[in-house]
Design a protein around this ligand. Sequence first.
Ligand code: MN
Length: 489
Amino acid sequence: MNIKVLDTTLRDGEQTPGVSLTPLEKLRIATKLDEIGMDYIEAGSAITSEGERDSIKEITRQNFNAEILSFSRPLTIDIDYCIDCDVDGVNLVVPTSDLHISDKLKTTREELIKLSNDAIDYCKDHGLIVELSAEDASRSDIDFLKSVFASAIEHDVNRLCVCDTVGILTPDTSFELFNSLNDIPIPISVHCHNDFGLAVANTLSALKGGASEIHTTINGIGERAGNTSFEECVVSIDRLLPEFSTNIKINEIYDISKLVARSTGVYIQPNKAIVGENAFAHESGIHSDGIIKNSATYEPITPELVGRKRKFIIGKHMGTHGLDNRLKELGLNVNNNQLKQICDDIKELADKGKTVTDVDLQVIADNVLEINHEDRIKLDEVTIVSGNKVMPTASVKITIDGEEILNAGVGLGPVDAAINAIKSLDIFNDVDLIEYHVDAITGGTDAFIDVIIKLQKGDRVVSARGTEPDIINASVKAYIAGVNRLLMD
Ligand code: MN
């Protein structure tokens, strides 16, 4: 059975505390959602603000394949704004639990049904597709919920949605709830929240119970603990539930996950399924060895399936087989004794609690193999002017291929200024800083600062570190070490 997917990243997802997207960011995300085969896109809530309406209008203007919806309360003022935005349809949200009806809306069940039906009529009169979402449905009296739905069907509603607004279903109760609605003749959708970490499981159970549409957000962002995670849900349907399918292009999932993380500033936990940094990373010797022989030993799906690449992490759990593989990637061929020596040196560094970066590995390997790499870039001096009344400014003296160069830069803070002073030089042109991470190794203000960065040039990514009492020196050192590594053949 083909399952339809409604993305609510731009509505429920944007309700994540602290998240607010610009119209351009919303358009970029919507464009990507359409490209990967999303069936329905809830582009926002038209009543919210002028800016929100501009975003929705910009999206409806694109003539995407996806159906574009706006959130709406069952009020003509909301619906009029939706019409003004030229959306295809509305996600008409009507609370059905007595708690919401009496305490939030201060009304009665009878009034609520009338409100809902009148709103459906008004939408249909204006040519809108209507998906009626029963808010807090999982805490509603089931007979009342059924009567709201039956009445909506008489008013020609197009689709229905059951919302687990506070995430209290379990896989069993989710199945039972949807199974009890099985005789409804129009599509029913499931909208779950992740308050107990069960949103994906409950969504999948709802499909078994008879739902034919799912509501998700990219990376599972949303209010409180978030919504059903799109990537986990869609890949689970594809790989674990052979009786169901979706229209989503799974190999583009990672791209959209990164786009949404960057635009919202809500970064993904490393151990998150499918899209987390570690989802296809292996450090343990036994696992790496197995993966190299046959990736199915320790990977349920290949990283390529979702548009990713496998990574072997260098660290103390690593075995010689994985290390040898990694060294070969760096173009280094070693004999057994050298391999063992490099492995021991890495474990010694890792035992001190350090993350082992690519540059650390390179330096260790160079020492063991007695290779002398001449760094192309050397830092001679860095001077910073900073304070509460001046724009942070940095001047640097560096030597590139033997030629001494002076340069200056400004930035939001002293580290930013120092990096800007360096990276405005031609040789750094196509190097992107993709991660910057700072740790204070000891507790006090005199602590050693450990900076770990990731740099990208083309499709090569390297990590590098700088450890110094001074955060600026540590950052600059890490940056230059990383670029030297990227410039190596
Ligand atoms: Mn919601």
